[in-house]
Each structure stands twice: as structure tokens, then as C-alpha cells.
Design a protein around this ligand. Structure first.
Ligand code: ZN
Length: 478
């Protein structure tokens, strides 16, 4: 999101000055770090939002559905229902299409974009893409607009005065604005175009409200061929002033809610973990977070057991939880990149893959001052295009706890006990309470068995001696 995070900038300055201070006094990295606590501010653009993710990782059938939740039960119930419907639809559509062992798993992917959030409104666009085995991915845009004061969803007719000819107005203005977009002029006589802007409600159902603008989303193929994608246009308050109800599009006068969080920083990373040669080693990895409650519980358990882990975070969750990223860093854990929204990368173009990775790195960097060290592709899915498009080392796993499926702390521990060996990389997910519940027991057992729990980079020896992490190389154990 394009907002300037002044608090984050402040944090980076604090870090920089801390480093200078250290070198000025000649401290070396091998000297045990002092545990100083320092408070620093970080701003959260959308306080009170957390992301719900429903992720299923079968070999032939996968989905990752993300949507935002807020303090409102009405909103949460609506979005939960909607997500459930989209998933059920996908299940029905794929029932007869699933082929076990396929290299082309069927996929549902839903990501969201927050257009605006004020005290009064929240406006969200949801983008659904589905791969059902054909030549193309199907794409649909949905939108949810919500009046937070009245606790009501806003439908298109709610915005306009009664008896106003709003559909005619939207049709006329859409025609003009769409034709002003590049390459649209030649579509003027096209049947697609004419029917896509015809004055009926279905054509204008997907919209957002933002800073005094009314934004209309058009579906792929609604107003033109695939090549124009799904265009969006902005209508101003002025253009709609004769038909709008007074309540609406005045959101620009409301300040966006931005909250400054104060975070206790351990200035230096606690305990420089050095691999103990007398022990066996293992790396715990947590994917798909950060999650507001699960991740903090896992961090608590790691601290208690003096263990360090690697968190492969999703970019679309990071901006809502800067405090968790700062905590990971301060407590000596490693932050990896698990893409922005968990798509199957093998269905994407090089450009789309790079965007998924670099937007996530950007978000991580804004908060911690550094990009991710490693990338884990969603579902562990890689092909030539993926390898060529990712300029980080790629880390998969050798022990799969299948915690997303069992949702059971005991069975997670059993999987670890059954599969682990010296040098293993263990896969878990920090979005399920059952995983948080398991981590303490997993750590106790590993320690009894003589394992030291370290980050992936430590396990693989990156940065130590001659060992250099190689971009585009896939690692799944030591
Ligand atoms: Zn994942």
C-alpha cells in the first residue's frame, strides 16, 4: 500500500544508529549480545483487520482463499459465507476432474485488496482465479462495501437517490471512461462492449468507494476480449452529484485510521546461535502466517525452548502484523518469503511470479529493513519458469507434518517423531491453533532426542565459511 510508514522509517533509523553505535565501540558479532529492551513505534495502516486464510494442499487439488475480517460480526459472517460458497463451487466443479498424481493440480485462488477503510466504511475487492484444467485460468472480481456505523452491507442501489436514473448515468459515464483507456476506441462498435455497459444492475454490481471516488470493476470479457483484462474506472463525486445520496462518497473527509504501535525491541539478536557439533540439527519452518494469535503463541514456545525457526510469511498478511515481523527479527528467527497470496506459481508467468515475490520482499523490508533471505513456493510447486524467476534460494522440506489436514497437536508430534532425522527441514503452518498447541511438545521431544533447533540458513550453513546460498537452487534438507 502506498502510504508512507513514518513509524517504520523511525524504526529503521533506530536500527541503523544501533549498528553504528556497536561498531564505534568495537563490539564483534561473536560476543554474546546484551539483551537491551528498546521501545520503537511502528504504524499500522489498517488496525483491527486480520486476514483469514483457508488453504488446502492436496497434490491434485489446492486452494488458497484469503479475505479480511474486522470487528464486525455481520461483516465476518457475510465474508465467511461467501468464501464457503466459492470453495463449495470449486469442489463441485472439480469433483469429476481430479486426477491423483497429476502435474497440473486444479486450483482455486482468492486474494483481496482493501480499497478504503475509515471509521465509516470498508471497501474491499476480491479477485478469484480458478484453474480447472483448461487452457486458461478463469477470473472473477467480487466486491464488498460495508457501512461500519450502520453495520450494513452496501449494495449498488443503496448509493443512489430513489427514482434517479442511476443505471443510465453509470452506463453513459462508463462508456466514456472506458473508451478513454488505451486500446479501447476500436471496441466501440463491439457487441461485448455494448452489452457490458448496458444499463442493468448486473453490469455495475462490483464497485468500491474510495477518497470521494466511486470505482467500477468490469469482469474479464465483460466489455472486451481477454487482452484488455478486467478494467476499472473511477467516477468522481462531481460526476455523480445529482444522483448520489448524501451519505456517500464523503469518505474523503474522514481520516483513515492509522495507529502507532509501540513495540519492545530486543536491540540485539538474542544468543548468536552457533551449531553445536555434539548435537543433531533440525529446522522448524512455519508457512502461511503471520497470524494474530497463532504466531505469537509459537514465538512464545520458541523463546521458552531457546529455539530459532524460519517463518515463510505471506505478503498479504504482513502489513497487518508488523509487530509480529519485528518480534521474529528481534528474537533471532529467520523470515522467508512465501509469496504475496499463495498462488500455484507453476500456473503463472515469469512476470507474475516476480511480482508475487518482490511485493512480499518489499513489504517485509518496509517493516524490518531487510528483504527475505529465502523463498518457499506455495505447495512446494516448482518448474523451470519458477526457478528462473526467483532470485533467492528456494527451500522446501523433508518432513511434512500435514498439520493443515489433521488439525491435531498429537498427530503433528507423531509425524515429527516418525519422520525426523539429522538435517531435516520440518513443515508446519502458523495459522492453525492446533499447530501452536503442538510446538511446545515438539520442541521438548526434539531436545530430549538431542536435536538443536536452528533456522534454515543456519542448518544449511549459509553465510558460514565457504557455503553460499544459491539463487534458484532447491534445498529440502541439510
Ligand atoms: Zn503455504
Amino acid at each position: 500500500m502506498p502510504k508512507v510508514l513514518t513509524g517504520v522509517l523511525l524504526f529503521i533509523l533506530v536500527l541503523t544508529s544501533a549498528c553504528q553505535h556497536q561498531s564505534a565501540h568495537g563490539l564483534t558479532t561473536t560476543k554474546p549480545a546484551e539483551k537491551k529492551i528498546k521501545s520503537t513505534n511502528v504504524s499500522v495502516d489498517y488496525p483491527g483487520i486480520y486476514v483469514e486464510s483457508k488453504i488446502v494442499e492436496y497434490d491434485d487439488y489446492q486452494y488458497a482463499v484469503h479475505f479480511p475480517k474486522i470487528e464486525s460480526e455481520t461483516w465476518n459472517r457475510e465474508l465467511e459465507l461467501w468464501a464457503g460458497e466459492r470453495i463449495n463451487m470449486f469442489k463441485q466443479e472439480t469433483e469429476e476432474l481430479r486426477v491423483p498424481g497429476t502435474t497440473w493440480p486444479l486450483e482455486l485462488h482468492i486474494d483481496f485488496e482493501i480499497y478504503d477503510m475509515t471509521d465509516k466504511f470498508i471497501s474491499v475487492k476480491l479477485i478469484e482465479s480458478k484453474f480447472l484444467g483448461g487452457a486458461h485460468t478463469e477470473e472473477m472480481i467480487y466486491s464488498y462495501n460495508f457501512n461500519r456505523e450502520k453495520q450494513q452491507l452496501i449494495a449498488l442501489p443503496d448509493l443512489f437517490q430513489e427514482n434517479s436514473n442511476y443505471l443510465e448515468v453509470l452506463s453513459k459515464l462508463s462508456g466514456e471512461k472506458l473508451l478513454a483507456l488505451p486500446d479501447m476506441k476500436k471496441l466501440l462498435q463491439d457487441e461485448y462492449f455494448k452489452s457490458g455497459i448496458r444499463p442493468k444492475e448486473d453490469n455495475f454490481k462490483q464497485f468500491a468507494i474510495k477518497d470521494g471516488l466511486f470505482i467500477l470493476f468490469f469482469q474479464r470479457y465483460q466489455v472486451g476480449p481477454n487482452s484488455i483484462g478486467s478494467p476499472e474506472i473511477e467516477l468522481t463525486e462531481g460526476e455523480l452529484q445529482h444522483i448520489l445520496k448524501e451519505d456517500y462518497l464523503t469518505s474523503s473527509s474522514d481520516q483513515n485510521v492509522v495507529v502507532e504501535l509501540e513495540i519492545d525491541e530486543k536491540v540485539a539478536v538474542e544468543e548468536t546461535s552457533i551449531l553445536d557439533p555434539n548435537k543433531k540439527h533440525v529446522a522448524l519452518t512455519f508457512d502461511d502466517g503471520p497470524h494474530h494469535s497463532v504466531t505469537s503463541k509459537i514465538l512464545d514456545a520458541l523463546t521458552e525452548h531457546h529455539a530459532h525457526a524460519t517463518f515463510f510469511v505471506l505478503g498479504n498478511r504482513v502489513e497487518f502484523h508488523p509487530e509480529l515481523l519485528l518480534r521474529m527479527k528481534a528474537e533471532g528467527h529467520e523470515i522467508g518469503n512465501h509469496t504475496w497470496s499463495h498462488p500455484q506459481l507453476t500456473n503463472l508467468s515469469q512476470e507474475e511470479i516476480r511480482e508475487q515475490v518482490s511485493s512480499t520482499d518489499g513489504q517485509i523490508m518496509k517493516i524490518t529493513g531487510e528483504p527475505a533471505t529465502l523463498v518457499r513456493p506455495p505447495y512446494g510447486a516448482i518448474n523451470e519458469t519458477t526457478l528462473q524467476s526467483i532470485s533467492h534460494p528456494i527451500v522446501n522440506w523433508s518432513v511434512d507434518t500435514r498439520d493443515w489436514k489433521s488439525r491435531n497437536a498429537e498427530s503433528i508430534l507423531k509425524e515429527v517423531q516418525k519422520q525426523v532425522r539429522d538435517g531435516s527441514i520440518i513443515l508446519m503452518h502458523d495459522i492453525y491453533p492446533s499447530t501452536a498447541e503442538a510446538v511446545g511438545n515438539v520442541l521438548s521431544w526434539l531436545s530430549q532426542e538431542g536435536y538443536q533447533v536452528v533456522t534454515v540458513s543456519q542448518l544449511l550453513g549459509f553465510g558460514a565459511g565457504e557455503t553460499v546460498a544459491e539463487a534458484g537452487k532447491v534445498y529440502s534438507s541439510q
